[in-house]
Design a protein around this ligand. Structure first.
Ligand SMILES: Nc1ncnc2c1ncn2[C@@H]1O[C@H](COP(=O)(O)OP(=O)(O)OP(=O)(O)O)[C@@H](O)[C@H]1O
Ligand SMILES: [Mg+2]
Length: 290
C-alpha cells in the first residue's frame, strides 16, 4: 500500500526500532527485521491463532518462541522495518482496558490501596470520596474504573497512548485527552495536517473494520488492552497493525461478541469496534468536505 517504489530488502543487520509506549525492558531487536517481545503465554496463543485467521495481514507475522539470556521471547516482525525514519502512534482500543477476570480477582481480596489513592490524588485531588480520603486508600476495582473515565476510553472506545514524530521525542501525556476535539487535535499534530496521510490511514482502517467484522478470531475473543500501531514516513507510506495481545482471551464456546454493544459486567463486550467507528469518524472529519 506504500507509494515508495523501492523494493524493501530484508536486512540481516539489526534494524532501527523505536518504541512509543510500554515496558522498556520487554523488547529486543532481532535479526532479519524481527522483534522479540518478552514471552507471554496468552499473547503466544493469540498469535498462533491469528496466523490462521483472516486478520493475519493486520498483525505482525509471528515466528514462534526464542530464548535469549535464559529468557523466553515471542518473535514477531518489526513493523518499522520498511519505513524511513517513521512517525509512530499507539492507540489503545476498547471501552475498558482491564479484563472482567481482573475485576473478579481484585474483588476477591478487597484491600484498600494507599498507592492507588496517591495516584488518584496526583491526577485529581477531588476524585476520592470522603470515606476514601479518611482511609487514605481506594479499592483496586474503584481505581481501575475511575482511571478509564479520565481519558477517551469510556467516552470514545479508544485512547491515544502516545506518538512520536520523525526525529522527535515521545509524546505520552494524553491520559486526560478525552473529547473528540482534543483527540482530533492530537491526531492532526501526529499527521502534521497531511490530508494524504489521513486519507491513507482511513482507507486502511476501513479495510481493517471489514475484516474484523468477518473474523472468527475476533468474534470469539475478548480483546482488551490491545493497540493499533500507526506508522508513516515522509515517502507517504502508511501502515496500521493490531498489536499487544497480552490481555486478549478466548471466550467460552457458547459466547461471541459484536464488540459494539455497551459493556455490562458479565457480557464481556470490549467496545473495540465501537472505538474503531469513532476513530474512523474523527479522522474522516479531518478531511476537507468533498
Ligand atoms: N511488532 C512491532 N513492531 C514495531 N514496534 C512494535 C511492535 N510491537 C510493539 N511495538 C512498539 O512497542 C510498544 C509497546 O508494545 P506492546 O504494547 O506490545 O508492549 P507492552 O509492554 O505490552 O506494553 P503495555 O503493557 O504497556 O501496553 C508499542 O507502542 C510500539 O511502539
Ligand atoms: Mg501496549
Amino acid at each position: 500500500c506504500g507509494t515508495s517504489s523501492l523494493i524493501p530488502m530484508t536486512p540481516k543487520k539489526p534494524q532501527h526500532w523505536l518504541q512509543v509506549v510500554g515496558h522498556a525492558g520487554s523488547f529486543y531487536v532481532g535479526d532479519y527485521g524481527t522483534l522479540l517481545k518478552r514471552f507471554c503465554k496468552r499473547e503466544q496463543q493469540c498469535y498462533v491463532r491469528l496466523m490462521k485467521d483472516i486478520l493475519r495481514p493486520f498483525v505482525p507475522a509471528y515466528h514462534g518462541v526464542v530464548q535469549r539470556d535464559k529468557q523466553d521471547y515471542n518473535m514477531m516482525d518489526n513493523l518499522l522495518t520498511h519505513f524511513n525514519t517513521p512517525a509512530i502512534m499507539d492507540c489503545k482500543m476498547g471501552s475498558r482496558t482491564y479484563l472482567e477476570e481482573e475485576l473478579h480477582l481484585a474483588r476477591e481480596r478487597p484491600q484498600p490501596r494507599n498507592d492507588m489513592f496517591e495516584k488518584m490524588v496526583a491526577v485529581d485531588p477531588e476524585a476520592p470520596t470522603v470515606q476514601e480520603r479518611a482511609q487514605q486508600a481506594v479499592l483496586k476495582t474503584r481505581y481501575m474504573q475511575w482511571r478509564e473515565t479520565l481519558s477517551s476510553t469510556t467516552t470514545l472506545g479508544f485512547r491515544i497512548e502516545g506518538f512520536r514524530k520523525a526525529n522527535d521525542e515521545c509524546h505520552t501525556n494524553f491520559k486526560r485527552t478525552k473529547s473528540r476535539e482534543q483527540v482530533g487535535e492530537v491526531l492532526d499534530n501526529f499527521v502534521e495536517s497531511s490530508t494524504h496521510i489521513v486519507w491513507s490511514y482511513l482507507r486502511q482502517l476501513k479495510q481493517l473494520r471489514q475484516v474484523l467484522e468477518a473474523s472468527d478470531f475476533f468474534r470469539t475473543h475478548e480483546v482488551v488492552g490491545s493497540s493499533l500501531l500507526f506508522v508513516h514516513d515522509w515517502t507517504g507510506r502508511t501502515g496500521v497493525w493490531m498489536i499487544d495481545f497480552g490481555k486478549t482471551v478466548a471466550l467460552p464456546s457458547h459466547l461471541t461478541l459484536d464488540h459494539r454493544t455497551p459493556w455490562v459486567e458479565g457480557n464481556r463486550e470490549d467496545g473495540y469496534l465501537w472505538g474503531l467507528d469513532n476513530l474512523i469518524d474523527i479522522l474522516a472529519n479531518m478531511l476537507p468536505l468533498t
